[in-house]
Design a protein around this ligand. Structure first.
Ligand code: GUN
Ligand code: ZN
Length: 428
């Protein structure tokens, strides 16, 4: 089945920081996106491609909008949806006072389903079509999430949290039960339709060495599953890890000693990394989820994107709901830009839209599957609307080039500027 969409179109081919800018993207003022059975068949100039199509093929024309691949959120907690905007704490107190009591409710499958339904609707409205998602310690939370994501035909990655120490009893598993539950979830869900599994130790402080080693064992037994955790987010957290793991040579080394680094390993935050840690992330092809909204909200600090680039570390954006305060990748870019300004660094409009799409896909080892309009990729795409709000409409009148357009979209844009979201070519 053919689906054809016409309009202004942008997608990335490479990291703008690594190649000549004009080689990093394809931009068509009047483009055509041809989709066959949910996959990208062809992209090109409308004038050229329309002539090759059968006269009866219906063409959906998006005027005054920009078609681009769906956004990719490389770090988010669906169970924290209803505790977003909890006041006044930094990471460790925030976890203890707000997060842990909230996550308790996810032992209930029906509760998980209800929150997952709302969460995924919010993501799609914000134009995010794939996410790497934390569940809670309860296997029911992941069952609920995958059940809803499967109904919606989404490409989603999720995992049951592993935590066996320094947490309330009601949220604690054991090294063995965490291993067993994760294994059963992998067997049931990993690569079922478009769903994939991530082994998810919460973070070093809540995991015994035995649990981290079991996670490493599970990863080696299932080399195509993901590893998803937190790393070097907050200074008090880092000091705590040093106390808890005195034999390790820094925070990342705790994970490294348990064989948790690699091509499908994604570490959220990495705000306070040493060069040697960045180098190790780069050489193991691991990824960092850059979560500016959360890093500002919890007062964690400003991620050093330049350092990650220097050591060739894969980076994608993460909303990190509920420490992050927005589902919108446009708003996340906005916060990211400001964190780099505070550092005295620049985040260009091209780099930021790259990070929100192809950069996220590469971080998740899904290049060619999502993140751009390469032939054969899954056609999850969005249409951004330049005129959805009076302010953006007026500002756009003074806009002279693509770079400026992208910058305005990300500084003034949010869910209101996502006109349409398509999953496998279908409007949802
Ligand atoms: N570190 C450990 N758990 C969490 C969490 O739920 N959110 C954030 N932002 N950091 C964490
Ligand atoms: Zn997080």
């Amino acid at each position: 089945m053919l689906k054809v969409y016409r309009g202004e179109l942008l997608h990335f081919l490479a990291d703008p920081a690594k190649v000549a800018l004009e080689d990093s993207y394809q931009y068509l003022e009047d483009g055509l996106l041809i989709i066959k059975d949910g996959l990208v068949e062809q992209v090109g100039e409308a004038a050229e491609l329309l002539a090759t199509l059968d006269k009866n093929v219906e063409v959906t024309h998006y005027k005054n909008g920009l078609m681009m691949p769906g956004f990719i959120d490389t770090h988010v907690h669906y169970p924290q949806t209803e505790m977003i905007a909890s006041y006044g704490e930094q990471l460790l107190e925030w976890l203890e006072n707000y997060t842990f009591p909230f996550e308790r409710q996810f032992s209930d499958f029906e509760h998980g389903k209800s929150v997952a339904e709302f969460f995924l609707t919010q993501l799609l409205e914000a134009g995010t079509t794939t996410a790497l998602v934390f569940g809670t310690v309860h296997k029911e939370s992941v069952e609920a999430f995958f059940t809803v994501a499967q109904q919606k035909k989404l490409r989603m990655i999720c995992g049951k949290v592993l935590m066996d120490q320094n947490c309330p009893d009601y949220l604690s598993d054991t090294a063995q039960s965490g291993y067993d539950d994760s294994k059963a979830l992998i067997e049931k869900w990993h690569n079922t339709d478009r769903l994939q599994y991530a082994i998810t130790p919460r973070f070093a402080p809540t995991c015994s060495t035995e649990q981290l080693n079991k996670a490493g064992q599970l990863l080696s037994e299932n080399p195509t599953v993901y590893l998803h955790t937190h790393l070097s987010e907050n200074k008090a957290e880092i000091a705590w890890v040093k106390d808890l793991f005195p034999d390790s040579d820094g925070y990342l080394d705790v994970y490294d000693k348990s064989q948790l680094l690699g091509r499908r390993s994604i570490f959220a935050h990495g705000v306070h990394l040493h060069d040697s840690e960045c180098q190790r992330l780069g050489e193991t092809d691991s990824a960092i989820a850059f979560c500016p909204s959360s890093n500002l909200f919890l007062g964690s600090g400003c991620f050093n994107l330049k350092q990650a680039e220097e050591f060739d570390v894969n980076v994608g954006f993460g909303s990190d709901i509920g420490a992050g305060t927005t589902f919108s990748m446009l708003s996340t870019i906005n916060e990211g830009y400001k964190t780099q300004q505070l550092r005295g660094d620049k985040l260009t409009p091209f780099k930021s839209f790259y990070l929100a799409t192809l950069g996220g896909a590469i971080s998740l080892d899904l290049e060619g599957t999502i993140g751009n309009f390469t032939k054969g990729a899954e056609a999850d795409f969005i249409v951004l609307d330049y005129h959805a709000t009076p302010l953006m409409d007026r500002r756009m009148r003074h806009c002279t080039n693509l770079s400026e357009k992208l910058f305005i979209l990300s500084m003034l844009g949010d869910e209101r500027h996502v006109k349409a979201t398509h999953i496998m070519g279908e409007l949802v």
